[in-house]
Design a protein around this ligand. Structure first.
Ligand SMILES: Nc1nc2c(ncn2[C@@H]2O[C@H](COP(=O)(O)OP(=O)(O)OP(=O)(O)O)[C@@H](O)[C@H]2O)c(=O)[nH]1
Ligand SMILES: [Mg+2]
Length: 225
């Protein structure tokens, strides 16, 4: 089979499983968020700060993707929420089947919020629907303000841009207004929060966004049921 029809077949199979996952998330009232960025932008760090901030009794879990290691799961496990590593063995993105398989022994009725940390990559993960309610793209200030223009797909498809590592702004030539402008050129009206996962600056804005999303999702679930 040619590469293009084969790619189409893989993607339509992925979309079928993702649609099934989305229906299950809705049925059980689980808000699933898919975090995407290039390697090292701070997805795990943002999740560490987030899990630290959430009340222990919150019904939250994390699936974290990596090509090779269990490092991120080990970092996230210490917050006592369920965490599972998905090791792709070389694949540059998570797909819906990997999510389905790793959720198999978790009861969705016991969860309200599921974070998925995708493999560090700004291109491949954008093509794979995981059944999430929203994609979130993380861009750090060391990467250059032109990235939304160079990698438009993920900025277009994400509900939120988290601009991370703002503590480094005094040391790098990064124009944060130009970065926001570029993101909104690709995705008009895109929501943006500016944070430092190191110092905690701006994290309240991210938590406020998250809580609003959880509330909106709860209303959606109630309307659907
Ligand atoms: N100065 C600074 N460093 C940060 C910040 N957030 C993360 N880092 C550092 O950036 C590096 C990468 O952070 P990670 O959280 O591992 O990034 P990631 O996106 O999960 O990386 P991958 O999973 O490999 O794609 C680590 O050394 C973090 O300590 C931040 O806000 N400010
Ligand atoms: Mg990580």
């Amino acid at each position: 089979m040619d590469r293009v029809p084969l790619e189409r077949k893989v993607l339509s199979e992925n979309d079928r499983i993702a649609a099934d996952l989305r229906a299950r998330f809705l049925e059980h009232g689980v808000l699933c968020l898919n975090l995407i960025s290039s390697p090292g932008s701070g997805k795990t760090s943002l999740l560490e700060r987030t899990l630290e901030a959430l009340p222990r009794q919150d019904r939250v879990a994390v699936l974290t993707g990596d090509i090779q290691t269990e490092n991120d799961a080990n970092r996230l496990k210490r917050f006592h929420f369920p965490v599972k590593q998905i090791t792709t063995g070389g694949t540059c993105h998570l797909d819906a089947r990997m999510i389905e398989r790793h959720l198999a022994d978790w009861r969705l009725q016991d969860l309200d919020l599921l974070f998925v940390e995708n493999v560090g990559n700004l291109v491949c993960p954008s093509s794979y629907d995981l059944g999430e309610a929203a994609k979130i793209v993380v861009l750090s200030v060391t990467e250059g303000e032109d990235k939304p223009l160079k990698y438009p797909s993920i900025f277009f498809k994400s509900d939120l841009l988290v601009l991370n590592k703002i503590d480094l702004l005094p040391y790098v030539p990064f124009d944060i207004n130009a970065a926001a402008e570029n993101a909104r050129k690709v995705h008009p009206g895109m929501e943006i929060v500016k944070v430092s996962s190191l110092t905690g600056a701006g994290l309240h804005e991210w938590i406020t966004w998250l809580e609003a999303k959880r509330k909106a999702h709860k209303s959606l679930v109630e309307t659907a049921s």
